[in-house]
Design a protein around this ligand. Sequence first.
Ligand code: APR
Ligand code: PHB
Length: 389
Amino acid sequence: MKTQVAIIGGGPSGLLLSQLLNKAGVETVILERSTRDHVLSRIRAGILEWGAVDLLREAGVGDRMATEGIPHDGCYLTDEDLMVHIDFRELTGKQVMVYGQTEVTTDLYAAQDKMGTQILHGVENVSIHDLDQSQSYVTFRHEGEEKRLDCLFVAGCDGFHGVSRKTIPEEKRSEFERVYPFGWLGILSHTPPVHDELIYSNSRHGFALASMRNENLVRYYVQVPLTDTVDDWSDDRFWHEFSRRIPSEAASRLVTGPSIEKSIAPLRSFVSEPLRWGNLFLVGDAAHIVPPTGAKGLNLAASDVFYLHQALIDAVKGGSTTGVEEYSARALQRIWKAMRFSWQMTTMLHRFDGEDSFAEQMRKSTLRHLADSETARRDLAENYIGLPY
Ligand code: APR
Ligand code: PHB
């Protein structure tokens, strides 16, 4: 097999990159380890920066998002009954879009099918070769046969556990990591949202987030110890805990119901540098992970794709390699700013086991400062709605 850009991983990063490259006449083949059903069963975050919205539109996948997505003008950060409104619209002139990653991925698969892109599912033993040569190739096992895909470039879009990052020699990689001592238990439930905007809640019982997918589907989270499992959390226990962590004004309107999905995700900050190794480029979760508190995971994947698709089009179509040479540094600048924001949101809103009483006061005074200072709110809003590409 032969293509111009081999894409490892058919998650949102790989699909969006492929779609944008194909639209510009650059050929791709996507190699995905799982089945499509499995990829689409993963429930992930639900907030898109406007830059990501524009990029999805440019990719030709904006139609369903335009009718089913919900633009949000602001969100709340709260501490017990103190509710700080962050008015994105007033502070930055911009909005974000509530539209689940699962929907984004569904739309991208549909668009790629229409485009006729080859997406191989169930590939095993992916291995990347000759990255320092003018042409590279990827070997893998598919439907019981060993196969080889020749290409000019390889995009490593295979997530945190993928093979791409590990193809870069260990001594050439720098990794930066912080693992947080808690996870998020998330549920989906067919109930009306407790508020028309998201609520990020600091409380003495720990963090909670009230998010949503539509007017009758909520996504709610509570901070839990890493040792907890889903079996420790009956629906009743979840609702009890959630309602005591959000402000009483919101809790008084809470509608509960059976959960239709329940999962626990650990929180981590991680960056691997550089993002380029010869003809290989890392994109999205393959190169970096953020804790979900800033809603930046998918959005950072989108900005990586933005820089890389332009660079690859220039290299394949225009013969200019400036973009590919600059990709790693350009993307990393934005990645580190989102890392800082996600870490700041996480430390501002979570209880850390064994923390001293000073730490709690620092969180409270940060929230109080946000309530009193428009400058502080504008800084938060500017980061939340997404820094420019
Ligand atoms: N070979 C082929 N495919 C692989 C391999 C491999 N060795 N390893 C992993 N994959 C596939 C996974 O099955 C998955 O479908 O790569 C895909 C990676 O997808 P994601 O993990 O969703 O990562 P990405 O596409 O970068 O999406 C951005 O940022 O914070 C998150 O929620 C956000 O998941 C979103 C992500
Ligand atoms: C979600 O809706 O799943 C969601 C929203 C905002 C976040 C994280 C998750 O910061």
